[in-house]
Design a protein around this ligand. Sequence first.
Ligand SMILES: *Cc1c(COP(=O)(O)O)cnc(C)c1O
Length: 453
Amino acid sequence: MNKVKELQRKDLQYIWHPCSQMKDYEELPPIIVKKGDGVFIEDIEGKRYLDAVSSWWVNLFGHSNQRINDALYKQANQLEHVIFANFSHEPAIELCERLMKLVPKGLGKVFFADNGSSSIEVALKISFQYHYQTGKEKKKKFVALTDAYHGETIGALSMGGCDRYSQIFKPLLLDVERVDSPDCYRCKYGKCRDNCDAECFEHMEETVKENHEEISAVIIEPMVQGAGGIKIYSPKYLKKLRALCDKYDINLIADEIAMGMGRTGKMFACEHAGITPDLMTVSKGITAGYLPLALTIMTDKIYDAFYDDYTAGRSFIHSHSYSGNALACSVAVETLKIFEEDNVLQVNEEKAKVLRKIAEEKLLDIPQVGEYRQIGMVGAVELVQDKESKERFLWDERVGYQIYKIALEKGVLIRPMGDVVYFMPPYVINEEEIEFMIDVARESILEYFENRK
Ligand SMILES: *Cc1c(COP(=O)(O)O)cnc(C)c1O
């Protein structure tokens, strides 16, 4: 048996892979990756794949980036980790100092977790406790959107509105007020996201008006619902939401885990609307795809409601073993330095134009492409049976998965969600690589539908 087959056999003997039906691995065994190099990953036989999804939205500056490698190596020789209660270290302090200059104005304090879902749990717990100790004990419910995604732990999963992840667990989940999310491709008001007035906000308004006395927070992915299908919506929705939350003393939790760190063209997606949330979660790109780290960032107003004598019982008693991990913090500091020194947001503005031009040129004429939408460095095509009626494919045809397999053969890792093929490449991608990525997407979509007839 050759080495690849042997490794694949052992992998499947021991490992349960995430978000997978393991039976699928019988026909598509795990690709054993040996190294990373910029936007490419390379398997042990030397086959290269362009990582068009930034390895689940985390990578920013390419795989095995020399600058980040060096920062990590240096930190490892200094201090790897230390208990974060009563102790601290320069990487954590420098990270927060740098971040405070970048986050929406008004945010002032950082709480550390070690993955996105956990930072959501932190935000929910802080919101509840904040109201509890400011005399609003009745506020213990959360409002979240359909097609929302906030992670996999029970609290975060409760906030999510994608049945694919949460359906089976419904009996375990928190009771959430669910509001229809903006659906700009299939807008019920006949508007379009670039010039609407966020008419769809009326669902949110009604729900909040009716239940505000019990509502602790509204949680939302600003500008783009990611795992729900890269659904981009108008910043007006966020402006209205900020005003509504202010009116009823409700916390606004902005989940920037996916779209923060520059993905949408701004450092944080909230900036498109010029709003400051009460709580904001950041993870994924914060370490440029190197190490797990997550932050829940909040206003001083929230923080101050917890600041008292120990015996007053207002402390936030929550911790994670790897809170404030020094290796992760040092990599995050280096990430922010790269943003600053390499003018990443500015450079990306040009790259985003190139991406849009090539994608529109090469994808819009495909009969099954209903829409190409893009914000910053995130682009998506929605595949439909029929452009007029916008009719969806049946879920069990697994259109996205079939296209994924064809594209893999051709050397590009796109990993569609349902019928949405999207591009969220590392920022170091160049024009030639963008062209290759889109060409392969085009060929793979065409090939699938040709053979389907
Ligand atoms: C990925 C993601 C999460 C969960 O983060 P994990 O680190 O995977 O737990 C939460 N919210 C959004 C918007 C995400 O994209």
